[in-house]
Design a protein around this ligand. Structure first.
Ligand code: GRF
Length: 205
């Protein structure tokens, strides 16, 4: 952090409960990050209202307005730079980012995924866990690399799978863990306690 709070953007596509957890954490005056922008690729994302209620600037950048992934990512990159963003959190952002964008924001871009990576990559991670019959799953916060749901792992939390679980009940339980992990990950990074060394994450006091 170059003095002051780490200027953070959250990218969303949906309900934004993880965005809300980050907003709530950033409301503490001593939290070392602030959310300066929320970007959604969908105009109807519920998370946009959460941002507006918190007085955070929002941008809607519909992917359908762009002829290519590269052009869409360039529009996101331009919005981030215009807002002076230093760090980006993906929170239920349902678009694959190009390698060019990911490399541009390398080690300044994190994601949260509803499984214990490297298990159950992809959009149906919760359903995959149920189908596999595992007794535990969880969530992972990781630095983003061009490959989907890959990159140095920052934090993980384990969640039990109950016999009667549906994907909804299990995802709800995973979200509760996510809402603890994601703010903690952003806190550690913005307090300068995390260093990425190649594909490993190192923590310092
Ligand atoms: C979360 O489960 C996250 O792990 C995944 O998408 C979901 C987003 O949920 N990437 P929400 O919009 O934050 O409620």
């Amino acid at each position: 952090m170059k003095g002051g709070r780490l200027k953070t953007c959250v990218l969303i596509s949906g309900s934004g409960t993880n965005l809300q957890a980050l907003i709530d954490a950033c409301a503490a005056p001593d939290f070392p990050a602030e959310i300066v922008l929320v970007i959604s690729n969908r105009a109807d994302a519920g998370g946009l209202d959460r941002a507006r209620r918190a007085g955070i600037p929002t941008r809607i950048i519909p992917h359908k307005d762009y002829a290519s992934r590269e052009a869409f990512d360039a529009a996101i990159d331009a919005a981030l730079r215009a807002a002076g963003v230093e760090f980006v959190c993906l929170a239920g952002f349902m678009r694959l980012l190009t390698a060019g964008f990911v490399n541009q924001w390398r080690d300044r871009l994190i994601n949260i995924h509803p499984s214990l990576l490297p298990a159950f990559k992809g959009i149906d991670a919760v359903e995959q866990a149920l189908a596999a019959g595992v007794s535990k799953t969880g969530c992972t916060v990781h630095f983003v690399r061009p490959e989907m749901d890959a990159g140095p792992i920052l934090l993980q939390a384990e969640v039990p799978v109950e016999v009667a679980d549906t994907s909804e009940t299990l995802h709800d339980r995973i979200r509760q863990a996510e809402h603890r992990c994601y703010p903690e990950a952003l806190r550690l990074i913005s307090a300068g306690k995390v260093r990425v060394d190649g594909e490993s994450v190192m923590f310092s006091e």
